[in-house]
Structures are given as C-alpha cells and as structure tokens.
Design a protein around this ligand. Sequence first.
Ligand SMILES: Cc1ncc(COP(=O)(O)O)c(C=O)c1O
Length: 346
Amino acid sequence: MGASNSSEKSAKTMNWDNLGFGLTPTDYMFVMKTSGDGCFTEGRLTRYKSIDISPSAGIFNYGQGLFEGAKAYRRADGHIQLFRIEENARRMKMGADRLCMPCPSIAQFTDAVKKTVLANRHWVPPAGKGSLYLRPLLFGSGPVLGIGPAPEYSFVIFASPIGNWYKAGASAMNLLVDRNVSRAAPGGCGGIKSITNYAPVFEVVKKAKAQGYADVLFLDATTGKNIEEVSSCNIFIVKNNVLSTPATQGTILPGITRRSIIEIATDFGYKVEEREVPLEHALDADEVFCSGTAVGITHVASITYQEKKVEYKTGEGTMSDKLRIALTGIQTGSAQDKKGWTVQLD
Ligand SMILES: Cc1ncc(COP(=O)(O)O)c(C=O)c1O
C-alpha cells in the first residue's frame, strides 16, 4: 500500500527544521491479531485511527503489554533504512515469553515494520533532520476478568516523525540521583520493555524535571549503591579511557544502542567492562553518557547526588563523541555499515 496524496500533502507542509519529540500522527498503522489458535497469522495496514477495545481487555486490567522503539532514517541519497530491527523483534519475543503472551515471529515483526515505514515513507524526515520513530506494541486485547492471561492479543505499529535529540553543545543531560524510588528489582521485569515499567517513575522524573534536571538516574533496588539506568536509556561511564556500563542482569533494559556501542568501542580498541558500577565510580568518572534509540548517545553534563553536583567532560574530543559519530554514521547511512546492521527499504 502506498501513501495517499493527502499524506504527501500533509508531509509536504511539515517544517522538518522544527521537529521535536511529540507525536505527529502519520497515515498508516499496522494491525495484527491472534486467531482462534492463539497464533499471529496475517496482519494488515490500515489508516491510522483509534482502536476499538473492550474495557475488560488484559492490557487495561493486568498490564499485559509491551512496546518497542525503533527508527527509520533517510540517507543523504534519499533511500530509507532501518537499524538492527531484528533485535527489536527478539527483545519483544523475550518480553512476550515473560508476560505469557504469544508474539509475532522475527520475520512477521520485521516485515510489518517495513510495511509501516513504506506506507508512511513521506513522513521520513530528510537526511539529517530527524527520523521516523516506530512504535510496535503487543498487548492483551481480549476480555478477561479473573487474573490471568488474555484470550486474544494484538500487535500494532504506529509511526511518528521526530527530531534529532543531539544538538551540538545544547543537548547534554543533567541527571539527578534519587534513592527513594526503584525502577526495577531482581526477579522483576526491568529487563523487558513492559509497559508497567514506565508510569511508576513518572512522578519522580516529573519532580526532577521541575527542578531543571533532564532525567533521574536510578540505583539498584537491593543495595542502593550501584547505578542502573535512566528512565528511558542506558548509561555508560568513561574513566582513564575505559568504558564501563552496568551489566544486564534482569533489572535494566538490554538496549540495542548499548550493545552496538559496546561492539563499536571494542572495535576501536577500547577496554569495555559490563559490570556492577558503583555510584562512586560514576561520580569519579571523566565522562558519562546515556544511550538509547531516542537519545542516541547523549553526553551527561552533570550528576547531582545529595545536593552535590559533579560535572563531566562533554563535546568534541571525548570518547562519547567519537562513539556517537561512529554510531550515528552507521544508523543514518553517512558511514559505511561494515557490521550488516542496516537494511535499505526502498
Ligand atoms: C528503560 C530503558 N532503558 C534503555 C533503553 C534503550 O534501549 P534501546 O537502545 O534499545 O533503545 C530504553 C529505550 O528503549 C528504555 O526504555
């Protein structure tokens, strides 16, 4: 299905220079439901619209839901590409197993993402201006009253153009450590992209933002001594040219950007450690940065803990910047992809 003339018109009226991080609805979404045997069989593109769903759906009552986040980039030659989309499919499968949900296969997931991007191709911003953010959802859509898995599931993908987070000199984050709220505990769901991981930190993040911080840095729930991650991104520290990041042991999300950075940094010859990272090590680091699909690699300008603010090196010449340039080069097609991480769609 191609994009309609109306889509071309509205995409044409977009001011690509002013793209932020809000939702700009696009023309098409992808919808697939489980059939009688509980499996996902065939989905289809429909116009972007509200979904008709029962108030007794599993997602509303018991939070049986996952989301993913990925981006389609327009290269300088005009072609559109995706970055490591099979990894999003794999992560959704991991989450679905944990939440007792059936899941589209890797092929079904990637095929649906490709169809959604191509149907909304006019909404992929010009090279360098941003990307088309893709939001795959998997949730219990069937009615259920007794606590337990829903009888039917839906897989939906919608898309929205968004701007680049990184703006030279202007985007470094100031983070606040809050010891009072834990994001995830051992044995819980911090390692999957469960919808239930996000609202519980809204309040603490909102308060931090009201004080001028970009986000909250969460500590481990058991000892309160080690850094874990930020509300929607992973964290790295650099000390004496060694890159360290908290190991994925079920309480932080195994970020696709995180994994890619580890590989790129290793290729560059840096020592990379996945380990417990005590807060003291972060406060004593030379550089700190966050990683994620939305933020890419974003410098951390400071961490504030118990009223004490520690500042870090940011900008040109840092390891963070070198890694950022290498990663975004591959993602946007401005650098050669020797890793086979990207796929051209058109
Ligand atoms: C809690 C959390 N941590 C980390 C990340 C970064 O993951 P990725 O690099 O796959 O976007 C995300 C975003 O998906 C997230 O929501």
